[in-house]
Design a protein around this ligand. Structure first.
Ligand SMILES: N[C@@H](CCC(=O)N[C@@H](CS)C(=O)NCC(=O)O)C(=O)O
Length: 221
């Protein structure tokens, strides 16, 4: 049985939970981080010196970094389900996973921390404007890819969709200017139809502001 440490409203934890659900791997989860705390405790720091969630333990493997965990799970369980067997599809899954972490992720993170997880008086307007532009450009790039492909790795769901899906669902819930991305919307609809995504991601409502966020975190324990 795999153990996941991390609160359910963390996008990085949600990636891991969605991967586990798609792979049909049994797991237990411990509430750590945010208002639950525990991530600065010595036993947690021994697992992740960064003090961040998610962390997983699978037998004698203990690891952190959400995208690396998703890759690990995809390689270890039901090979071919989330990790494409065909080398070109694998290359694309890897490419978009990296791009999520380096491009889209930081922009959405800045928007989310400012517009949802900060009080209005503490928001940084300059950072919001820059992130809004960066996220919009990224969304258009993803949209143009999905105009030509059903999924990020091509014909089928892969770990590339796992990390993009969790993040894009969060982005759609943020009250900011967004470009028209019909292909991304179509892909998102296909993602939202998946029961594993509903259980791992959509089961936690999207917060509109800080008080909403705090309430949802308590309720999703
Ligand atoms: N690059 C790391 C980032 C992990 C991260 O930033 N985790 C956040 C939650 S999304 C965290 O632990 N924040 C502190 C907290 O929840 O108390 C990953 O992808 O796993």
């Amino acid at each position: 049985m795999i153990t996941v440490w991390g609160r359910r409203n963390s996008v990085n934890v949600q990636k891991v939970l969605w991967a586990l659900e798609e792979l049909d791997v049994p797991y237990t989860r411990e509430n750590v981080g945010g208002s639950f705390g525990g991530n600065r405790d010595a036993d947690f720091i021994a697992m992740n010196p960064m003090g961040l969630v998610p962390v997983i333990r699978d037998g004698d493997v203990t690891m952190f970094e959400s995208n690396a965990i998703v890759r690990y799970l995809a390689a270890r369980f039901r090979a071919g389900v989330l990790r494409p067997a065909e080398h070109r599809s694998l290359a694309m899954a890897e490419q978009w996973m990296e791009w999520q972490q380096q491009n889209f992720g930081p922009a959405v993170g800045t928007l989310f921390m400012n517009l949802v997880r900060s009080l209005p008086e503490n928001r940084n307007a300059t950072a919001i404007a820059a992130a809004e532009k960066q996220a919009a450009e990224a969304a258009l790039i993803a949209d143009s890819w999905l105009a030509r492909h059903d999924w990020f790795a091509g014909a089928a769901l892969s770990f590339g969709d796992i990390v993009m899906g969790a993040l894009f669902w969060r982005y759609r819930g943020i009250d900011c200017a967004k470009p028209d991305t019909p292909h991304l919307s179509e892909w998102m609809e296909a993602v939202e139809e998946r029961e594993p995504f509903r259980r791992a991601v959509m089961a936690v409502p999207r917060a509109k502001d800080l008080s909403d966020w705090n309430r949802i975190e308590r309720e999703s324990a």
